[in-house]
Ligand binder design. Sequence first.
Ligand SMILES: Cc1ncc(COP(=O)(O)O)c(C=O)c1O
Length: 357
Amino acid sequence: MSRTAISRRQFASDNYAGICPEAFAAMTEANQAHEESYGNDRWTEQAANLIREVFETDCEVFFLFNGTASNSLSLASLCQSYHSVLCHELAHIEVAECGAPEFFANGSKVLLLEGGHGKVEPKTIERAVNKRTDIHYPKPRVLSLTQPTELGTLYSLDELGALADAARGFKLRVHMDGARFANAVAALNVAPKELTWKRGVDVLCFGGTKNGLGVGEAVVFFDKELAREFDYRCKQGGQLASKMRFLAAPWVGMLRDGAWLRHAGHANRMAQRLEAALAKVPAIRIVHPVNTNSVFAKMSDQVVKGMHERGWKFYNHVGSEGEARLMCSWDTTEEDVDAFAEDARILCDAGEARAPG
Ligand SMILES: Cc1ncc(COP(=O)(O)O)c(C=O)c1O
């Protein structure tokens, strides 16, 4: 099957966007000479130090290729095979990683928690932990939170604090899937430490790809003891980049002058603009609070079909049945947003005109 290039910017995923200029420029800089391999290069050192500066603490940092591996290998380093990981039922580690967390943790079970708008609540942790405490049940060991959630919503500082307290009360470690962590920091406008180690997060998977890198996530261990032999885990899991500088340099480009927050803030603002435009269309309902760079909109099947026919790409399988997920990226423009909203409005108006009175 032949595939054609996509001729316009889309709302299907922030993975559709290209590499942002700051990341690209740093890659080019890193391409000037020979450097040591497997992470023993200047770029990797500089990127790790910049991450330590961002979090204002002496953490252990590893650069991996993608989010699935970052989540899976970091969870594996927190668990024995007989442990379990508690997470929201829509968590990426449950619904979109093909069982990799269980695989890399040698069978640790993922236990699911319910909660509105993609968010876990302390009482569900308590229920899950107390459901069974006998030797026949996998022992809860980790609470995994996604910030922002898979539905683009955010845990406030207070909510994070309450969740971490609950986790600590049950001797659970706290893992954070931060595939869009930059969007969370930009939206909440707080120091990154306030969302992580100060709230009891032991390990963060800090997303780079959706923020504007070509490839790459950083695994950040705030509890350094948990990072013991993580380099071996990465190597065994096929995640030790030989030319590591090309994973690390884009982080330098993003972090050294604050591009990561500029891009995330821009994507968040584009989502707000899209929400405002779609909210004016009576036949469209926004179904989750728009806290970061995604908008979840309920529209009729006919409108969805019409939008697809007009060349718009977006997913319908992330939230509940029939919710369109619309993602904004670092390069989404106001014109893109307005064009999408206008097409949706035209199709909704046409549907109403056709609807029986
Ligand atoms: C919440 C979340 N976590 C992790 C990931 C990373 O996944 P990947 O393995 O595709 O990089 C994604 C990507 O869609 C995500 O949305």
